[in-house]
Write a protein that binds this ligand. Structure first.
Ligand code: NAP
Ligand code: NAG
Ligand code: NAG
Ligand code: NAG
Length: 373
């Protein structure tokens, strides 16, 4: 038994130490090693131990074969929402390792676009692309076709996204639900449809940046979470349909990175006014002005509990783009993998309980629920 445990520890430790793999892979190895150690402990017999040893070796071998990365070879990739945050960092990263990057930005005259032009190699081109505007999609498509000629486009990374104004589902205005859907879902669908012919030709990669909130029900995120859940499901169906064309599809479900997605106070002012303008007087009275004005703390809270080091997402997306056999799902970020597992495999009561126990952004209750003392 001790021998088994020792081998597990050494094996797991070495693999983790040696391989700078994307988070997902590292985690799987840890779980496998843990599983194996536990099984060895339970079995307590040489025979059982040997069986588990063989089994784990087989599983680990299976994970690592086909994890080889394809050569970069100046392959062309398109990234939407490159103005800031994950998309911006990803452009710089993929440019640095040698890809030909098409950085699609919401504002070609903005500071993000300017910085990409200034700091990246000459392979990188900045494209104007509001993913909710069909005209701009067409224009970006013809520019990409013209630039790549017959080298083809290897990958499209649907990254552009908005979070909207987090609030109770009852308070979020319809305009806000529709805006989230327009960017996070229909935008990604339309971009994908436009570029799929190029991807089918290259047997390339499609990567959608969804969110942990697309798989884990989280309070205040009714509009955002639903749009991301739609994206996640669509991607899973595309994965099945596109496999016959040789196109591999991956979904990234990050959780908790410090980016501009949490917006500025100007933006919050506008969205808050939008909510107040659309509420009927009795709903407004039930929730109370005080409650509604404190909603903006949620974004501040999210940002405070987020990590500023984006390398786990970048590594995972890089893996999805370059690995011979990329995974269908990646969950970089603190707790993302754990929460997604909880939400997928356990009774609803468990995830509800866990989320209730998490630190809260405020103890404010709707005024109709506060008992007069
Ligand atoms: N940060 C996290 O913790 C986290 C967690 C889960 C999922 N995600 C997802 O990761 C992706 C990237 O988010 P981020 O955190 O990097 O946020 P971000 O800094 O706000 O980046 C999103 C980018 O999308 C752009 N964009 C917004 N609307 C667009 C449109 N209609 N057309 C084209 N581009 C548009 C934004 O442009 P502007 O800057 O000009 O607005 C911005 O550059 C999003 O899909 C988000 O849902 C993030
Ligand atoms: C947020 O946007 C500002 C300017 O719009 C930019 O300077 C900053 O780098 C962005 N932050 C991130 C994390 O992308
Ligand atoms: C960027 O600036 C150019 C030239 O001033 C202008 O034609 C273009 O419409 C601007 N683009 C955006 C998205 O504002
Ligand atoms: C991304 O989602 C869109 C629809 O939302 C879908 O058309 C596309 O195939 C998906 N791509 C990937 C890589 O998941």
């Amino acid at each position: 038994m001790w021998l088994c445990l020792a081998i597990t520890a050494v094996l797991g430790g070495t693999i983790l130490h040696k391989l700078k793999t994307p988070g997902q892979l590292g985690k799987k190895v840890v779980y496998l090693a843990g599983l194996w150690g536990g099984a060895c402990l339970l079995s307590l017999s040489l025979f059982g131990g040997l069986i588990f040893l063989a089994l784990s070796c087989f599983l680990i071998y299976n994970y690592f074969s086909g994890q080889a990365l394809l050569p970069v070879d100046q392959k062309a990739v398109l990234i939407t929402g490159s103005d800031s945050g994950i998309g911006h960092a990803l452009c710089k990263y993929l440019d640095e390792v040698g890809f030909t990057v098409f950085a699609a930005v919401l504002n070609e005259n903005g500071s993000g676009a300017e910085e990409l032009r200034r700091t990246c190699s000459r392979r990188l081109s900045v494209l104007q692309l509001d993913i909710t505007d069909p005209e701009q999609i067409k224009e970006a498509h013809s520019k990409v076709v013209e630039k790549v000629q017959n080298r083809g486009l290897w990958a499209v990374i649907n990254n552009a996204g908005i979070i909207g104004f987090p609030a109770d589902g009852e308070l979020i205005p319809m305009t806000e639900y529709k805006r989230c859907m327009a960017v996070n879902f229909f935008g990604a669908v339309e971009v994908t449809k436009a570029f799929l012919p190029l991807l089918r030709k290259s047997k390339g990669r499609l990567v959608n940046v969804s969110s942990m909130a697309g798989g884990v029900p989280m309070e205040m995120l009714a509009a955002y979470g639903s749009s991301k859940a739609a994206l996640t499901m669509f991607s899973a169906i595309m994965r099945q349909e596109l496999s016959k064309w040789g196109v591999k599809v991956s979904v990234i479900q990050p959780g908790g990175f410090k980016t501009n997605i949490s917006g500025t106070s100007d933006m919050w002012d506008k969205l808050e006014k939008n909510i107040l303008d659309h509420l009927s007087p009795d709903v407004q009275q039930d929730y109370g002005q005080d409650y509604i004005l404190k909603l903006r703390n949620f974004l501040r809270f999210l940002n405070m509990h987020s990590k500023s080091d984006m390398s786990p997402v970048l590594l995972d997306i890089w893996h999805a783009v370059s690995a011979e056999h990329p995974f269908a799902f990646y969950a970089p970020g603190r707790g993302s993998y754990l929460f997604l597992c909880l939400a997928s495999f356990f009774p609803a009561g468990i995830i509800d309980y866990c989320l209730k126990k998490m630190p809260k952004f405020g103890k404010t209750m709707p005024s109709a629920l506060i008992k007069p003392n």
